[in-house]
Ligand binder design. Structure first.
Ligand code: HAM
Length: 531
């Protein structure tokens, strides 16, 4: 039997098969950012910069100075500071390969700040206290991503180190309120507050709660059972699992406040008392009017709602006494102007915490092996969640935090004559007389440096084309004023055209008058857009 001839098949299919197999072995890079991260572009970045500047200036008014720590740090630092059994340490840290000692991408800032201040000696010299610092940057946790929860996220944090009085807790909380108020978000969040008490009270409560949970062990989630076995019983309190919530909703659940000793009770009552003194709050549904002159005045226009949340424990081990979170109110607190319907917040219940922190008096002692006892209190704000809230607020109420966008002005060399038009694509500027190009450069330079500072963005497009192409560019960039530099006009008395894009008014002016004419056109154009 004649053998079949596969030559044609081989010739056509073989190269395709080879390409397929090699693509499988060596896949091209994906253009998606890694899960839980995102790329951000100019408009977003500009808003972020503005947001960060607002936070910095607000906090620096409290005499707080900036600190920067590395984005990766020793694994042992976080193991010790946050607790080896916490979710963050046991599951969520990103380790860097082959490093000795082991390093991880920082999951939070408090431990790194403590390490830095201990290293620098600030925290060890009482005469340098109080030391109040703020930081801002990216942090990393391998969490299940969803809206408002990312694997790379930005925090702005404040740490008041060497600050051991209950009044420091109040100051710290008021700083948090201050920044939220400055951002226009204060009416949409409430302060949830609890006290984890001191070591003695906490140990007593852990024992009481573990004992109480014993009969319900089988009804709890596996995670909670493991946590109890690891001595981390407090985390059962803030578990979101329905089976855990059902057990914890029982009326006879022991309350943390019942285990406070006298010192812990006194600390908490003084914090709450002073917070009431300075504002009007709704505490557990009951409205409490602030007493005292200063009190009513301070927060009267922006009342803060406070709830004593007995189940608030925070997920990191270093806290004692006051723990707090600013949480988006259930309804999102906002009304949609158009349909007047109360809207749920963009942030789900679990991602509703926009700023959180508390007191941590043992951290410096734990990190220094008992050598330095430095009380501290602080918080961190989630920038990504704040940005989402601001976006929603802007959509619903048209209130905007963002300043007016700079005016865009384009200075465009034009090659009208066929001979001068350079060839599109990667054509560059060949063929256009040097005089046109250099005049455009000089006008651009003059406009950027004429003293209008941040208010003007001066664009150019060097892929010189015909007038139509350049106007297309100006429209795409939403330029308000366009300066057209063409050879003919330059030849006839050194002139260029200045065009107001909104009114189509176009005037021919000498090069030396361009700045003045543009300034007049901009001032007449009125209503600038916001970012
Ligand atoms: P934290 O509660 O883990 O506390 O984080 C503080 C805030 O950072 C959260 O309330 C949230 O707004 C934001 N955040 C946390 N994880 C994510 C995430 N995966 N995606 C987006 N945003 C997130 C701390 O980090 C403590 N160091 C705070 C502190 C400072 N305590 C004392 N001083």
């Amino acid at each position: 039997m004649p053998r079949p001839n596969y030559n044609g098949f081989k010739r056509t299919l073989h190269p395709l098969l080879c390409r397929f197999l090699s693509a499988k072995k060596n896949p091209p890079p994906s253009f998606h950012p890694p899960r839980g991260t995102h790329d951000t572009f100019h408009a977003t970045n500009r808003k972020r910069r503005h947001l960060e500047r607002l936070l910095q200036t607000t906090i620096e008014k409290h005499g707080v100075s900036e600190i920067k720590t590395p984005t990766f740090d020793h694994r042992s630092l976080f193991d010790r500071a946050l607790g080896a059994t916490t979710d963050v340490v046991s599951k969520e840290m990103y380790s860097l390969d082959h490093t000795d000692p082991p390093l991880v991408l920082r999951p939070e800032g408090t431990a790194s700040v403590a390490r830095a201040l201990l290293h620098q000696g600030t925290a060890t010299q009482p005469h340098l206290w109080p030391c109040k610092v703020w930081y801002s940057g990216s942090f990393y946790r391998r969490e299940r991503p969803q809206k408002g929860r990312y694997r790379q996220f930005d925090q702005f944090g404040v740490e008041l180190v060497g600050c051991g009085t209950w009044m420091d807790d109040v100051e710290c909380i008021m700083m948090g309120h201050d920044v939220l108020q400055r951002l226009g978000l204060a009416p949409y969040v409430e302060l949830r507050l609890n006290s984890l008490g001191d070591q003695e009270s906490r140990t007593r409560y852990k024992e009481t709660l573990t004992e109480w949970l014993r009969p319900y062990m089988d009804e709890l989630s596996d995670t909670s059972q493991t946590r109890i076995r690891n001595g981390d019983v407090l985390r059962v309190l803030d578990s979101k699992r329905p089976e855990d919530r059902q057990v914890m909703a029982r009326d006879d659940r022991p309350l943390m406040s019942h285990s406070w000793n006298a010192a812990s009770k006194d600390h908490f009552e003084k914090v709450v008392g002073m917070l009431r003194e300075v504002g009007v709050m709704v505490d557990g549904g009951e409205e409490v009017e602030g007493e005292g002159e200063g009190g009513k005045g301070l927060l009267a226009s922006n009342p803060m709602t406070m709830v004593h949340d007995e189940a608030l424990v925070r997920g990191l081990d270093y806290y004692c006494h006051t723990a707090f979170e600013f949480v988006v109110k259930e309804s999102g607190g906002k009304q949609n102007k158009k349909n007047k319907k109360k809207k749920k917040s963009v942030l789900g219940r679990q991602q509703g915490t926009v700023l959180a922190g508390g007191r941590y008096d043992q951290l410096y002692s734990v990190l220094s092996g008992g050598k330095h006892d430095v009380p501290a209190v602080g918080w961190a704000l989630g920038m990504d969640r704040i940005a989402l809230m601001l976006e929603e607020l802007e959509e619903d109420t048209a209130e905007s935090l963002w300043p007016l966008a700079p005016v865009k002005i384009a200075v465009l060399p034009v090659g009208d004559k066929g001979a001068m038009v350079c060839g599109g694509g990667g054509g560059g500027s060949g063929g256009v007389p040097a005089a046109v190009l250099s005049t455009a450069l000089r006008i651009g330079h003059g406009l950027r440096n004429c003293g209008e500072g941040d208010d003007w963005d001066v664009l150019t497009n060097n892929d010189v084309g015909r007038l139509k192409q350049q106007m297309k560019f100006a429209n795409r960039e939403a330029c308000e004023v366009v300066v057209l530099v063409g050879e003919d006009e330059l030849d006839q008395g050194g002139c260029v055209s200045v065009k107001n894009m909104a009114t189509s008014e176009q005037v021919q002016v000498e090069v030396g008058q361009v700045v003045e004419v543009v300034r007049k056109m901009v001032s007449r154009s009125g209503g600038r857009a916001r970012w």
